[in-house]
Design a protein around this ligand. Structure first.
Ligand code: MG
Ligand code: MG
Ligand code: MG
Length: 306
């Protein structure tokens, strides 16, 4: 069959990186040797913490794959978040926990579940196929679930995620609360990133009906620290709006300790944020109390109000 490239979304997060590593391990254990774990972008600080903890290499950085090659998508299915020529490659499988945005002209293996993390689905796949989860794989899975669910506090968290965390932390011999906080804190370190890099770290292109948007999320333990960069962030956000012809750029600065997000909203559709959340933007910003999940607390609410 030839090589199979496995990758998560652009601007990869911990789930996208670890799922590509774990999916490759899963495929090998199922007898598919010719798989390559890949990534579509730079490793963030949180993921770097996981890779350093385990002393393992990041997946191979790629920009594209040739037309006709075989791929497996993890942690995404939206062509906007994938390689440019997704419509010209052969998608063998998708394992994902996002809403379905993909259409193909051929049948494929598609596993989607409304759980907090792709790794929770992979955990189930190991179980269903009676495969052993070793310490390294358990640590990768556990790290991603902690990351995506903000230590099981996000409203995206399900019973399946909780069960997975319990068992995986036993296999990995890790206290999820202690390790999890260190992991999330590592992700809040923005010191080595330029303003432009911060604005692309976890940026997703999303259309709220006709409103062409980017929603970016930055985790922090102290909102005021990130807000010191507000003017510089806004200058670059306005440039990105012009370059990409956007109606809205929404930057969520998410307080992982208190579970709130400060939003900075720019673009001609910024008022949509006021309508959706019943807040008043002052100097382009407002506090969105209890909002931590882009998937559950931003996409549906913004789409409904657009
Ligand atoms: Mg992700
Ligand atoms: Mg995910
Ligand atoms: Mg995320």
């Amino acid at each position: 069959m030839g090589k199979v490239y496995i990758f998560g979304h652009r601007n990869p997060d911990t789930d996208s990186i670890t799922s590509s590593l774990v999916m490759a391990d899963f495929e090998r254990k199922m007898g598919n040797e010719d798989v390559i774990s890949c990534r579509l972008g730079k490793i963030n600080k949180e993921t770097e913490y996981v890779l350093n903890y385990l002393g393992i290499e990041a997946p191979k950085l790629i920009e594209s794959v040739k037309d006709g090659e075989n791929v497996i998508l993890v942690d995404h299915n939206n062509p906007k978040e994938s390689i440019e020529n997704l419509d010209k490659v052969n998608i063998l499988k998708v394992v994902d926990h996002h809403k379905i945005a993909l259409e193909t002209a051929y049948p494929l293996y598609y596993r989607a579940e409304a759980v907090g993390c792709t790794e929770t689905i992979l955990y189930k796949l190991y179980k269903e196929n009676k495969l052993e989860i070793d310490k390294k794989i358990a640590t990768l899975m556990l790290s991603a679930i902690i990351s995506d669910t903000l230590l099981l506090k996000s409203p995206t968290t399900t019973e399946c995620d909780k069960i997975a965390v319990k068992e995986l932390s036993e296999i990995a011999n890790i206290d999820p609360d202690v390790y999890g906080l260190e992991l999330l804190k590592a992700g809040t370190d923005l010191t080595s990133f330029s303003i432009d890099e911060i604005l692309h770290l976890d940026a997703k292109k999303i259309d709220f009906k006709q409103v062409k948007s980017i929603v970016n999320q930055v985790n922090t333990a102290d909102i005021s620290e990130v807000m010191k960069l507000k003017l510089d962030l806004e200058t670059r956000m306005n440039e990105i709006i012009n370059e990409e012809n956007l109606d809205l750029y929404m930057l969520l600065i998410t307080d992982i300790v208190n579970s709130n997000s400060q939003v900075i909203a720019l673009g001609k559709s910024a008022k949509l944020v006021e309508k959706a959340y019943g807040v008043k933007l002052e100097n382009n910003t407002a506090l969105l109390k209890g909002v931590v999940s882009r998937k559950k607390q931003v996409v549906p609410i913004m789409t409904e109000n657009a």
